[in-house]
Design a protein around this ligand. Structure first.
Ligand SMILES: NC(=O)c1ccc[n+]([C@@H]2O[C@H](COP(=O)([O-])OP(=O)(O)OC[C@H]3O[C@@H](n4cnc5c(N)ncnc54)[C@H](O)[C@@H]3O)[C@@H](O)[C@H]2O)c1
Length: 291
């Protein structure tokens, strides 16, 4: 466990899933947390969890696709919590679809949030780290989908491959300022975003996925949070520009493909789960559109 006492971490999309798990883990490690999140109700839940560890939590409503809002989040992090030592560019969305009819708006939202949002977050955080002159740690959440893709996931994959490549490009300049930056490629992690892929515990999708995963289970946010804790702590001092996969081994097992065929019972089960995801997307979309 890294000792992050005295450090301040800004985490985008910290209201749910991997971002929330990371906020809790870094708070447990001793850091104060700036929650840069589009969904204020979700952010409040995370803030209470952080405070249970005796750490400070500050919420900034922020759409990572907006330069002004991301700059404001980084500024507020420094002014309210006293610094910005760690940044986790985590906020992301998934908009799958056929190349023949994916809507331009869905493509654009995904690029704006997953790719431009990571750039804006890293830029705002790194500017403050360079100005403070104490170095820093940045982790960007890419995906296993940067390596593997499908006829449904290609757009998401393109943004996540872009994140892994941006991190490699940024590492040399930021390294000269003592800032380490790395990317993580999670496999299927049980969060609201991945519900269509992960299914319900004990249900047919989850059972098939577990059977196809060498380590026999889907991931949970604390798995990825643990890797982030390592990357922002002293044991990763000599690590930068890397892309680290954490996926239970499924990258070579091709289990995800089982779930793609809409003709199979599993494919139909998955379609039902995707419907639930679309309902969640519909709730967040008006917030995404305010930028
Ligand atoms: N869950 C997985 O299986 C998985 C796998 C690989 C990569 N990822 C990546 O991990 C990251 C976190 O995903 P998750 O699974 O925890 O998803 P999630 O949907 O549970 O959480 C994402 C959070 O980001 C917030 N958000 C969405 N758009 C935003 C915006 N424009 N600005 C600020 N906040 C915004 C949401 O409100 C939500 O709280 C994403 O980048 C995702 O692509 C997830």
């Amino acid at each position: 466990m890294a000792d992050l006492s005295g450090k301040v971490a800004m985490i985008t999309g910290a209201g749910s899933g991997i971002g929330q798990g990371t906020a809790v883990r870094l708070a447990r490690d001793g850091a104060d947390i700036c929650i840069a999140e589009i969904d204020l109700d979700a952010a409040e839940e995370t803030a209470s969890m952080v405070q249970e560890f005796g750490r400070s939590a500050h919420i900034v409503q922020c759409n990572v696709a907006s330069k002004d809002q991301v700059q404001d989040a980084a500024h507020t992090c420094v002014s309210k919590l006293g610094g910005l030592d760690i940044a986790v560019a985590n906020a992301g969305i998934g908009r799958g679809g056929s190349v023949l009819n994916l809507e331009l708006k869905d493509w654009q939202d995904q690029v704006d949030i997953n790719l431009t949002g990571v750039f804006l977050t890293v830029q705002a955080a790194a500017q403050r780290m360079v100005a403070a002159g104490n170095g820093g740690r940045i982790v960007c959440i890419s995906s296993l989908a940067a390596l593997n893709t499908s006829e449904w996931m290609w757009g998401y994959s393109a943004t996540k491959a872009g994140v892994a490549m941006m991190v490699r490009g940024w590492a040399s300049e930021l390294g000269r300022h003592g800032i380490n930056i790395n990317a993580i490629g999670p496999g299927v992690i049980d969060t609201p975003l991945a519900h269509g892929l992960a299914g319900d515990e004990g249900g047919p999708i989850r059972t098939a996925l577990e059977a196809a995963t060498p380590l026999g289970r889907t991931g949970v946010p604390s798995d990825i949070a643990g890797l982030i804790s390592f990357l922002v702590g002293p044991d990763a001092d000599f690590m930068t520009g890397s892309y680290l996969v954490m996926d239970g081994g499924i990258r070579d097992a091709r289990g995800g493909g089982l779930l793609e065929d809409p003709e199979t019972p599993l494919g139909q089960e998955r379609a039902r789960h995707m419907q639930a995801s679309e309902e969640r997307n519909a709730r967040l979309q008006p917030l995404i559109d305010q930028r």
